[in-house]
Design a protein around this ligand. Structure first.
Ligand code: COA
Length: 539
């Protein structure tokens, strides 16, 4: 299990312990319809796991064989050795760059995620040198920067396991010069360090050109003998520029940087020793001043979490009761519902997940004026009570029509969006069904900086559904080819399309939701929650 700060564990009473009520399920799990739906979901999951395995386990690929024959460890193995034994690694965006670049960049050539080192939750960023020499395409940069953003938002030390040829040159125009391009990585290292967040590099292979600044800008750097190299210009460039003939080791190897240049601080005989040294460095770190959150004894849900497969919305046209999902996710299947009878198209409740208190906002239909105001009110409660918020997105959008426009749905929606944007407690978003239109914004979509955003494999995301978009466009322009537009929208709204472009932090199996939300809350406690602060709510 993840290493939670034991001081946060309270055996005492949580404020709403008596208000939490066990929710009964209305679903007959023996019914044929439920069994068929479960079967359908399992097929969808098989497809997910086969994509994931093909991406993360490539033992027979020539570049992996070449890498291991050189005596080098694979990126995920390095991480495995770095983190504390018997602790999980929460890998992020494993399917980044999926179905792009002819699938030549599995996981975008970089592994990122959160693991525990000497009891400290840590962001780990590891280049995968078996993917085009660990070079960076747009998604690699985005994934690296996203990892640093998570580290900043949650106050996590960073370890960079470096093994990269720098920018993938054919793609340089899309990753070199812009604001959130390659240079941002080094900017972020300085900003993180200035915020007191440790930056440690372990150089296990190449660190070329701009990439040289990853170790050079770290607080402490370890380099592996006869394996790690750091240089601004490699031997071929030096030869071309100056005519000088020099080997990689002579130009920027471990002895050069630990003995002559001082660019690295510690020499390691091999990768295992480098990892050990990295763990030793962690011994000198202070524990973070964690946010207090009254954690109570963990109680498993009363219904098997795997029953989520029979409920998860595959067909978004069929409504589902969010309580049926929640009673399979929250502790003891107990909720303390807020405004249960009002604005019923949104569900708001307090509950516990693996003992952590959480405020839950889950869709139960269109967003209406009442539902928006109810959710905005609930966010205020969570803010002032300092309770993290879990958003379960399954939303086709705000309700439309003359009646609703006249009653000012946009004004009510704006209040909710304002409350989401300014919430000062951690936000965790899981897209469990649809994430369409402004509903995405109102439910803490990516633009609203949730601490984490994950998707279920059945999830769909887009400005609107394909059929609706085709209808809208056909009414504007009669020459629109509706059929191909529906197909385009269908392709672009899949969870795989989203995760490939890092619009989320990864696709997760529904049965892992409870565990992952608990990890996310634990991670968010590394930083004190800010005091509530909002702007002007339009009345
Ligand atoms: N841009 C584009 N492609 C690159 C690349 C780069 N910067 N660096 C490596 N590659 C490609 C290679 O062409 C090769 O592609 P292939 O599998 O289709 O043949 C693949 O990555 C692996 O490279 P290879 O040289 O065979 O592997 P290696 O493990 O022996 O060496 C490097 C890896 C990174 C040390 C070496 O390729 C290198 O020095 N690259 C140039 C680095 C550089 O100058 N970068 C400056 C850009 S900022």
């Amino acid at each position: 299990m993840f290493c939670y700060n034991r001081n946060n564990r309270s055996c005492g009473l949580f404020f709403n312990l008596f208000l939490l009520k066990e929710i009964k399920s209305n679903i007959d799990t023996k019914a044929q319809a439920f069994i068929s739906k479960t079967e359908e979901y399992r097929n969808l999951l098989n497809d997910f796991y086969s994509k994931l395995n093909a991406t993360t386990r490539r033992d027979n690929s020539p570049s992996v064989i070449k890498h291991t024959e050189r005596g080098k460890l694979l990126a995920r193995k390095r991480i495995n050795l770095l983190i504390d034994e018997q602790t999980p690694f929460l890998e992020l965006s494993s399917l980044a760059a999926f179905r792009q670049y002819e699938n030549q960049f599995p996981s975008a050539g970089i592994v990122t995620g959160i693991g525990v080192i000497h009891g400290l939750e840590t962001m780990i960023v590891a280049n995968d040198a078996t993917v085009k020499g660990g070079t960076y395409i747009k998604e690699t940069v985005k994934k690296h920067i996203r990892a640093q953003e998570i580290a900043l938002q949650n106050n996590l030390p960073c370890v960079y396991l470096v093994d990269s040829g720098g920018i993938y040159l054919p793609e340089q125009a899309s990753i070199f010069a812009d604001r959130f391009n390659f240079g941002r990585i080094f900017n972020n290292q300085a900003v993180l360090s200035a915020n007191g967040i440790p930056q440690i590099s372990v150089v296990m292979g190449s660190c070329t050109a701009g990439g040289a600044y990853v170790p050079a800008m770290s607080d402490e750097t370890i380099i592996v003998k006869n394996q790690g190299t750091i240089f601004i210009g490699g031997p071929p460039l030096v030869k071309a520029a100056t005519g000088e003939d020099v080997s990689a080791e002579e130009l920027g190897g471990a002895f050069v940087h630990t003995g002559i240049s001082g660019v690295a601080d510690h020499l390691a005989e091999n990768e295992i020793e480098a990892i050990r040294k990295c763990r030793e460095i962690f011994e000198s770190f202070q524990s973070p001043d964690r946010q207090k959150l009254n954690r109570i004894e963990v109680e498993e849900p009363k219904h098997p979490i795997s029953e989520l497969y029979g409920i998860a919305p595959i067909d978004l046209k069929k409504p589902i009761d969010p309580k049926e999902l929640l009673l399979r996710i929250v502790d003891g299947s107990k909720l303390n519902e807020f405004k249960a009878e009002y604005g019923r198209t949104i569900h708001t409740s307090f509950a516990n997940i693996e003992g952590f208190p959480v405020g839950i906002i889950a869709n139960n239909g269109f967003l209406t004026t009442e539902a928006s105001l109810k959710a905005a009110h609930f966010i205020e409660l969570c803010n002032f009570r300092k309770i993290p918020i879990l958003f379960l997105q399954n939303i086709t959008g705000f309700i439309v029509g003359k009646k609703y426009e006249h009653e000012g749905i946009a004004r009510a929606g704006a209040k909710l969006i304002h409350a989401v944007a300014t919430a000062s407690v951690p936000k965790i978003t899981i897209v469990i069904g649809g994430s369409y239109g402004a509903g995405n914004y109102a439910m803490a979509g990516r633009a609203f900086d949730p601490n984490f955003l994950f998707m279920w494999p059945n999830a769909k995301i887009g400005v609107m559904g394909g059929e609706k978009a085709a209808g809208v466009l056909e009414s504007i322009n009669s020459s629109t080819d509706g059929k191909s537009l529906v197909q385009q929208f269908e392709d672009e709204s899949s969870a795989y399309y989203s995760t490939s472009r890092i619009w989320d932090d990864g696709i997760i199996d529904p049965v892992d939701t409870r565990k992952i939300v608990a990890l996310a809350i634990s991670v968010s406690l590394n930083k004190q929650f800010e005091e509530p602060k909002t702007g002007i709510y339009r009345m």
